[in-house]
Design a protein around this ligand. Structure first.
Ligand code: IPE
Ligand code: MG
Length: 244
C-alpha cells in the first residue's frame, strides 16, 4: 500500500493493473444539471467547478501524473456575455480558494491556451497559481482556459515560422515542443461527461491514440466512483497504437 492510501484506493488498485499517465476531461452538462433543477445555468457552472478540487486530489492520491481540464474553449466566446462573465468569475474564485489547498498536496498548475485574451484579473490569478506551484512534484493540473485545438496548432506554426526553423528540421517531436503541452505526454484517457460524444476541438494533436470514455452522467453529478468506472474501463482497453 502506498503512503496515505485509503482502503478504497487499495481496492481500486487491485482491480486495475494499469493507470493512465495523462487524463483529459471535458466536463460537460453543467447547464443541463442546473436546468433540471430550475436553476440558472451559472448555478450549474458553480456546482461543476466546485467539484474539481476533490476529484483532482483523488487523482493526485492515485499518483496520476497529468490531468487536463477543459474549462473554457475558444468557441465558448459564442455564449451569452453574462454566462461568460459569470463563468470567469467562478473560475477565478475557485482558483483562488482551491489552489492553496492543492498546493499543500503538491499539485502543480499550468495554463494551456491564449491567456492574453482573458480578463486581466483572471490572467493574474492563473499566473499566480502557476508561479506558486511551479516547483511542486505531484500531479500537474493543466487548466485549458481559452483553449482551442486549432488555435494551438496555429500558434505552434506561427512560432516555428517566426523562429525561422528550416522545414527539414520539422518533425512530430519538434512540433510537439511548440504546442502548449510541450514536455507533457500525450493523453491516455479522455473522459467526457454529459452524454455528448465529441472532442470539441480539445487536444487534437495529443489525443491521436487516446482511449475515449463517454458517460451520460452530468458533470456536477460526477463522483469518485464514476472516475473509478472510467479508470477500470481504461485498464480493460487493449492499446496497440496502430501495431498488431
Ligand atoms: C460545460 O457545461 C461547461 C463549460 C463549457 C464550461 P455546459 O455549459 O456545456 O452544459 P450543457 O451542455 O449546456 O448542459
Ligand atoms: Mg455542453
Amino acid at each position: 500500500m502506498c503512503p496515505g492510501e485509503t482502503g478504497m484506493m487499495k481496492s481500486l488498485r487491485q482491480k486495475i493493473n494499469r493507470l493512465p499517465v495523462h487524463i483529459a476531461i471535458v466536463p460537460d452538462g453543467n447547464g443541463r444539471w442546473a436546468e433540471k433543477r430550475g436553476l440558472p445555468r451559472l448555478a450549474g457552472h458553480q456546482a461543476g467547478v466546485k467539484k474539481m478540487r476533490s476529484l483532482v486530489e483523488y487523482l493526485n492520491d492515485l499518483q496520476i501524473k497529468y490531468v487536463t481540464l477543459y474549462g473554457f474553449s475558444t468557441e465558448n466566446w459564442g455564449r451569452p456575455r453574462e454566462e461568460i462573465e459569470g463563468l470567469f468569475r467562478i473560475l477565478e474564485e475557485r482558483i483562488n480558494q482551491d489552489v492553496p489547498k492543492l498546493h499543500q498536496k503538491g499539485v502543480k498548475v499550468l495554463h494551456l491556451g491564449r491567456l492574453g485574451e482573458l480578463p486581466n484579473w483572471l490572467q493574474k490569478s492563473i499566473q499566480h497559481a502557476e508561479e506558486r506551484t511551479r516547483d511542486n512534484a505531484g500531479l500537474t493540473l493543466c487548466l485549458a482556459f481559452n483553449y482551442g485545438g486549432h488555435v494551438e496548432i496555429v500558434d505552434a506554426v506561427r512560432r516555428i515560422v517566426a523562429e525561422g526553423i528550416p522545414p527539414e528540421k520539422i518533425d512530430e517531436k519538434l512540433f510537439g515542443e511548440y504546442l502548449y503541452t510541450a514536455g507533457i505526454p500525450d493523453v491516455d484517457l479522455l473522459i467526457r461527461t454529459g452524454d455528448e460524444w465529441r472532442l470539441s476541438n480539445f487536444l487534437l494533436w495529443q489525443t491521436a491514440y487516446s482511449e475515449y470514455y463517454f458517460t451520460e452522467v452530468l458533470w456536477p453529478d460526477f463522483t469518485k466512483e464514476d472516475m473509478d468506472k472510467a479508470l477500470i474501463a481504461f485498464s480493460h482497453r487493449e492499446r496497440r497504437f496502430g501495431a498488431l
